[in-house]
Design a protein around this ligand. Sequence first.
Ligand code: HEC
Length: 287
Amino acid sequence: MSIITHFKRKTAVLLVAGLMLLGTKTYAQSSNSALSQETMLYITLGLVFVVSILVLLVAIYVLQLLKIFIKKEMTEEQKTQPSWWAKLWAKWNAFQPMEEEEELLLDHDYDGIKELDNHLPPWWKGLFYVTIVYSVIYLLVFHVFKTAPLQDEEYELEIAAAEALKANKEADLVIDFDENTVTVTDDPAELADGQKFFEQQCSICHKADGGGLAGPNLTDKYWRNGGSITDVYKVIKNGVPNTAMISWEGQLNPLRMRNVASYVLSLQGTNPPGALPPDGELYEPEN
Ligand code: HEC
């Protein structure tokens, strides 16, 4: 291969890889900035994949070079020695050499079809011994000591576990409030849940600290739609018609909506840097 074709091939590989990288990049930029975490994950995985392939190509290339150099260094005798793999192959197959086949020939002959009394290949016998050992272990585990459930029991167990999970979920979802009776939660775990969701889904428009971007500042006392927990809950649940603030009811169960609303209210007075100016009407909590 001349240097020029070699060069051309390498450039082609680099070009394709580069285009792939570019492709993911433009994709990331052209879709709106509200990229979900899942999309980001896929993009990251894609990049990791492309980079791994590149690394692999380089590794193969270097190995090929090494092989050439090693071949050059080897003596004639070393070159003719059977490889490690060839030795293993011969050991596990233990072929009778062709020249000695006569010794194995059985004395019958069916219309010219002869039979060799060959022993089974070691790999086959190895597998057979493994199955014997496995059957003993299987018998002890499943039928003597009964340490693991049999198929039917396993099925029953899984059904029971799924039912317990379902019951648990339903118990968790006891919702004893609606948009008019909802109250602020001060449970740290629930607020953390609200915060996590807020940072994932709401920060695009309201900023992670609530200071506001496309959506208004949520950290001051001025509200367009009222600043009580029921007001905030209703805005999250129903959205504000004809604005970018959509209804989140389809994506959040009431408990989570309450967590997010409570988190939003917990931002009151945090006064983050770069926050948008007050917007709407002053709302003073009653207590
Ligand atoms: C696509 C942008 C966008 C996203 C995402 C978004 N909002 Fe909004 N949000 C707005 C806009 C715009 C308004 C102002 C609506 C109006 O004019 O009353 C608003 C208003 C609000 C208000 C009322 C503010 C006020 O002054 O009355 C609350 C509370 C609020 N959003 C919470 C959230 C929460 C919680 C989330 C995440 C679940 C969220 N928003 C996601 C754009 C968004």
